[in-house]
Design a protein around this ligand. Sequence first.
Ligand code: ZN
Length: 495
Amino acid sequence: MLLATALLWVFSCTADSLHAELLAGTAKVDITNRTGPVNDPLFVKALVLRSGETTAVIMTLDAVAVGEIGHINNDYLPALRARVQKEFGIAPTQILVNASHCHGIVAPDVGECSFQAVSQALKNLVPVRVGVGVGHEDRVSENRRIKLKSGKTVDVRHAYSFAADADIASVGPIDPAIGVLRLDRVDGRPLAVVYNFACHPIQGVPSGANTADMTGFASQVIEDNLGHGAVALFVQGCGGDINPVSYKAVDQPRDAEPLGNMLGLSTLKAVHRIQTQVDERLVVRNETLALPRSDQADRIAQLEQEQTRLAASFKGTTLNFKTFLQLMVKHGLTGEFPSSPASRYLHEKALGREQLSRLDAENRKNVEAYLQNILAMEELTRVQTNLALLRKHQAQNIAAGKRTVDVELASLRIGEFMLLTFPGELTVQIGLNLKSKSPHPSTFIAGYTNGYIYYAPTKEQLENPGNAQEDCDSILAPEWQEMFEKKAIDMLNAL
Ligand SMILES: [Zn+2]
């Protein structure tokens, strides 16, 4: 018995010493632009992982995108990677940078802050235990693409009106899953939480001041609750067509904080369920995929025709906005007797006259005609906004001088946690597809990583006969989806 115990002890020591340890270090640096009012801070966060010869750096930015749009320049990522390689010998392909896609404003020295974050995280490396879990949050997000009875799809933006209730047929899916990676120090104290969720963090705060939005609040909730200096890194998922709930509410100020609190607490529930263990597996791979660029010439011509048709559809009525609104209210209030008390109508009837009823019928006709003008105006606004996006990207695609765009994909394994990244706004169905097809149960997908190539919607969405931002604010041809999904699954299989 004694011998068996001794042997077991020797065996376990040997097994441990054979294993490369997984090390992790974190850092966060404030990148808030403070030239205007600030509600809450924006951060760049770095998580450095090391196992044997392999080092991976996961960075998250409270910013709209890694280059191309917003306040981070296109040279940000190559400059940061070159400096990290020069100073620390970490290859550029080992560095993943994800933008939360919040619309807050970062400070001009975001590049320097990002380098400092990596530098500090490297100094903080300690042995860690790893665990993976999935949280659930279905109260904070909604799909912003609305299918109409006409077969067209429109989307929910501040740039134009919501679709009319009578036209709406169905709505798209959300992904309520929160992918969670938990890293603990060997004594069990939490070191870092990486969490992945799909939603545009664009709710804003009532004051309108600079904010890291929903996901900034969620990360703060997680860090405050875990304590021990644990850092929460939010990795934006396939949020291309996912908005915060009540995004267009006009009855109360839009506020990201309660939504972020819910997301943070739901993430914490998952964090607390995770049992961490020793697992030194760390893999990071990086591949370039050439995707087809779109040619939107036909669609642009069609939309220009639609623009002309809508402009020609406006018909004159006797009403102006003031009289229209008065009649709308009166007719809405008392459908039967809008113009006078009911008694006047009875007097008229008794005297064999129907003058009030005639007036009401005439008014109803004019209100309806004016309403049609308003609906045409709303449609024209959608057409013009999306036409501008199509023209912009058509010009970009022509200027590119080739029919493909090279995109950088990365795959990452940390223990049982698998992450596949893409540099654009993947719509939620693509994330759901990849999660269901992946050979690994804990697979998570991140858009908005290592660059920005605008929206990346499904083939079906790109062929939308209507006009929605995701299908117009894109440089990709519909065939891109199948190519990407195949490549993504290959990369996940290889992890
Ligand atoms: Zn977006």
